[in-house]
Ligand binder design. Sequence first.
Ligand code: IMP
Length: 185
Amino acid sequence: MQFYDHDQIDVLFDAETLQKRIAELGKQITEDFQGQGELVVIGVLKGSFLFLADLIRQIDLPVSVDFLGLSSYGRSFETSGVVRVTQDLSQPIKGKAVLVVEDIVDTGLTMSYLLSNLATRLPKSVHVATLLHKPSRCQVEVPLDYIGFTIPDKFVIGYGLDYKNLLRNLPFIGVNRGDTPPITL
Ligand code: IMP
């Protein structure tokens, strides 16, 4: 890929490492939800769409998919805790087993808001799968049932995660090296 500055990005998890871990998560989820009927997988937009696409192909169960769009107010790289729903679910989840799929849990504020929001819709159960977790930044404890990788306090990009709404299409997860932006348009 030529459109970004390779020298400014260190690869943290390459495509193969991501797929290997996602296969493990899918196997675990398949075992845990065996015999429970439909599993409603809810992707949190936008960052989770690639993870969700790869994860559901590793889940050997009857899965339905829905999306919830969330965006946090405040500075671009920091969650303010005030979350806005930009796109709501298309179906009720009352009485259903739900698996929320998120790209990264950083402060936990977005997930905390999301879990309270979903609880008001009376699902049978709610579990959470996040590809990445930055525990050092935790402000609110949220129950995370499936964690892909625990990472240090670094701003990560690629595989769904954005830098100024760009670089979501990188096939790996990387870290911006210094103060120089990884992409200029
Ligand atoms: P939280 O509310 O602080 O847990 O943040 C969750 C949201 O912030 C994620 O869904 C991401 O959209 C965004 N975010 C947090 N850390 C990063 C990062 O390192 N790279 C890209 N987006 C991030």
